[in-house]
Every structure is written in C-alpha cells, then in structure tokens.
Design a protein around this ligand. Sequence first.
Ligand SMILES: [Zn+2]
Length: 151
Amino acid sequence: MITGIKHIAIAVRDLDAALGKYQDILGVRDVVRHEFEKARSSEAHFMLGGIQIQLCRSWDAEGRFARYIADHGDEGVHHICYTTDDIAREIAAAVQRGATLKPCASCRVTGPHKHSEGWVAFLQDKLSGLETEFMQVYGPGEGPDLDRRAM
Ligand SMILES: [Zn+2]
C-alpha cells in the first residue's frame, strides 16, 4: 500500500531563483544540490513538513522538466513520489486498475528498478497533470552498493 509521500518534484526554469524564493519566503535551510548526469538535471532538495521538495531544472529543452514548463506555460509540480512498502505489489495493483508503466527518464528501465534511495517505478498515466512515481525505500542491508549485479 501507499505509505506516504517521499518527495514532490517541481519543474523550475532557474534553480537559483526558485530556491531563493523558498529560502526567503519559507525560510528553507539545509539544501542539498545535485547535478544528475544520467537525468541531465540540476536539482535542489530540502525537507518541508517531513516531505522532501525537489526543485528540478533540465539541462536540455527536451528534458522532462523543461518539457513540463513548455507544455504548462509555467513552473509547477511535475510529479509526486509515493512511498510503498511493496513496490512490486503496488505496481501490479495499479496496472490491474488500468495504469500503464513508463520507462524511467534516467535509466530507460520500465517497472521497479534500483535508484540511490530505493526501488522506483513510474506510471505513464498523468493524474491531474502530474506524473506518479513509486518508491520502496531501502531497508537495512538493501542499499545499491550491496548488490551491484542488480543495477
Ligand atoms: Zn531509473
């Protein structure tokens, strides 16, 4: 079952400008910045109310966050990542309800596969314009470094 929200990803045009507003208006601190080569995105991650917010800027006009802005005419929520205690079961249930799986924009893998923080999978179906990601966060001993064969 869905157990919570792991992160909310927001597509932005200018990462510094977007982050500056969160820092000025909401008092955000403790920001971690990432440059993701595979995803070709620059991101700023921070916690707000127990949920991680990810501000995401694509490097290329064809990147998924740039395309979101082009399609919607403005910055906005690109996807919500829900945590699940059993990603295989969650995905199977969603597919049974009519959902379609989508290849990961970074890895091109369709269905559950390993990322840095957990097993992830993506739905093709948009819910109110949003993409949906599922993550089964690694438990003790399940991290990616412990099983490189599966990566
Ligand atoms: Zn992936």
